[in-house]
Design a protein around this ligand. Structure first.
Ligand code: ZN
Length: 239
């Protein structure tokens, strides 16, 4: 007997499968990660074409049969089409989805991360005022905090004391005192510190000013803590 469920979801990954089907990795607000097949999505004029495209967000009707999910229909909320017009923003958007996919577990809801990803994709699509790194930075800081790997900003990540002459150490877990840095590390000024703190908490807003360097440092932190590389992030940083 097939079981139906309605979930709010974002497409984190879409891979063509067999002749006309598409396998989706959905980040559902209610149940975390779910793999679902969109049958015929790859066919011309398929009603599931938009719903089975990367970044699409909406209300998905799924049907479960023998532990496998199929997309029956979707009420689209956002497709984030403008992302496709800018290679750099597109690369950051793919990177944020890859990192999210790594954090989210099957069967575990993470609504704050879901909402944060939606905000980030919205800003990357429609806010032309800020650089993509101004949007990626608050996302990365918050996503890491929600995954249990918050960047340490209040105390030295090495000695636990008050930070003196701050450096950034991706491996230790955040900002450290210069005398606890075993190798040359990036200097963190008071201004950098304020920008990192502002991007970590409160309402999700793009960071002001030039945060390219900080975004790169936090990207290193993400790779060090997750113990893997994210190709799209590396690609985005080079553009
Ligand atoms: Zn210290």
């Amino acid at each position: 007997m097939a079981e139906k469920k309605i979930v709010n979801a974002i497409v984190l990954r879409a891979v063509n499968y067999r002749d006309f089907d598409r396998m989706l990795t959905l980040f559902t607000r209610e149940e975390g990660k779910i793999s679902a097949c969109a049958r015929g999505a790859h066919r011309a004029r398929s009603p599931l074409a938009a719903a089975s495209t990367l970044f699409c967000a909406g209300e998905y009707a799924l049907e479960e049969k023998n532990g496998k999910y199929e997309v029956k229909s979707c009420l689209l909320d956002a497709a984030f089409y403008p992302l496709r017009e800018d290679a750099r923003r597109l690369s950051y958007a793919v990177a944020l989805c890859q990192i999210t996919e790594e954090i989210v577990q099957a069967g575990e809801s993470n609504a704050p991360l879901y909402d944060t990803l939606l905000r980030a994709l919205t800003y990357l699509s429609f806010d032309e005022e800020h650089d993509a790194t101004g949007i990626a930075l608050p996302f990365l800081l918050r996503a890491m905090a929600l995954s249990g790997h918050a960047v340490m900003l209040t105390r030295c990540a090495a000695c636990g004391g008050r930070i003196q002459d701050a450096r950034f150490d991706p491996l230790s877990g955040g900002v450290v005192c210069a005398r606890h840095a075993s190798n040359p590390l990036a200097v963190i000024t008071a201004e950098d510190m304020a920008a990192l703190r502002a991007a970590s908490a409160g309402e999700f807003l793009p960071a002001e000013g030039d945060v390219k360097r900080l975004c790169r440092l936090v990207g290193e932190f993400v790779r060090a803590q997750m113990e893997r590389d994210f190709e799209a992030l590396t690609f985005a940083e080079r553009l």
